[in-house]
Design a protein around this ligand. Structure first.
Ligand SMILES: [Zn+2]
Length: 113
């Protein structure tokens, strides 16, 4: 579920970005507190850079969630023939969010009758 379909993949990425952002901010603070050697200890500039970078990661994640929400409302809902559930397609080709079945809206991929 986490890595099936473009929407879920991007959601997982946005989710991970929050943790990356916090990790970056934490590293910045650990450096300031002196845990990462004397070079970074009490260095305001380095800590500020790390905090701003981490902050942007968290903000970027929120923006990404907002954007994904808008993409999700525009995504085409289709019936998956493999697991017979309703899933969403982003773009022309995507995989089912439940069973990773490749689905396509391209008429060229329609079965020949
Ligand atoms: Zn499916």
């Amino acid at each position: 579920m986490l890595f099936s379909g473009k929407l879920n993949k991007l959601r997982t990425l946005a989710f991970g970005l929050v943790f990356i952002g916090f990790a970056v901010m934490y590293i910045g603070f650990a450096g300031f507190a002196g845990y990462l050697g004397a070079l970074l200890a009490h260095n305001m500039v380095v800590m500020a850079i790390f905090l701003v970078l981490g902050f942007f990661c968290v903000i970027g994640s929120s923006v990404m969630y907002m954007w994904l929400g808008m993409v999700s409302t525009k995504a085409v809902q289709v019936y998956c023939p493999n697991c017979s559930r309703i899933t969403k397609i982003v773009g022309v080709k995507d995989e089912c969010m439940f069973c990773k079945q490749q689905l396509s809206l391209d008429p060229k991929d329609a079965p020949q009758t």
